[in-house]
Design a protein around this ligand. Structure first.
Ligand code: CUA
Length: 194
């Protein structure tokens, strides 16, 4: 009475097993096709990037970042050139941005130049389109304009370790005249309390 069988001990037990095997085989074919498509996409993406590399790649030596060159501490913050070009330079590291508070003018194109001293970080400024990754060894740069004055939060948006969620800075967007007035008195600006 207690015969142990892998399939139901019904007259069509054999038939049920055949149905199950056919279903498994169909699944194997479907999964195989999906995997094939994924591999093809990877090959296509790799060849595409290889044949059309990004037009502009700027590198920086992580080992000497704090010692020499553009990203030494004294050169960070907001600078205004003789011709009025506004550039913000910043460095990200676990788990803070340097400077912690950035000053930018309202309604004037601002060029950001940033890099990372350790892991991959990133930032986004409030609800604006200022958004980039900061990768060690590379300089990230973009130009944007802030239409509204006021203070924006600038959180790190690439998971960079246990302190990631506590990594953020502030951006103060000042009315143009107020910004230019401050720029007259300082070579490098930030809103970090001193
Ligand atoms: Cu830095 Cu997340």
């Amino acid at each position: 009475m207690s015969t142990i069988s892998p399939t139901p001990a019904t007259p069509d037990g054999h038939h049920a097993e055949a149905v199950a095997v056919a279903a498994e085989r169909r699944w194997a074919v479907v999964v195989g096709i999906i995997m094939g498509i994924i591999v093809l996409l990877m090959i296509f993406a790799g060849v595409h990037w290889l044949s059309m590399p990004p037009s502009r790649v700027e590198t920086v030596n992580v080992r000497t970042l704090h010692l020499q060159g553009e990203f030494v501490e004294g050169n960070l913050g907001t600078a205004v050139d003789g011709d009025g070009k506004v550039t913000v330079r910043l460095v990200a590291q676990q788990y803070s941005f340097e400077p912690q508070c950035l000053v930018v003018p309202q309604g004037v194109p601002v060029t950001f130049r940033g890099t990372s001293a350790d892991a991959i970080h990133g930032f986004i400024v409030g609800t604006t389109n200022a958004n980039t990754m900061l990768i060690p060894g590379f300089v990230a740069t973009f130009t944007t304009t802030f239409p509204r004055a006021g203070e924006q939060l600038m959180p790190c948006h690439e998971y960079c370790g246990i302190g990631h969620e506590a990594m953020w800075a502030k951006v103060q967007v000042l009315p143009r005249e107020e910004f230019m007035e401050r720029a007259r008195h300082a070579e490098r600006m930030s809103c970090v309390p001193r």
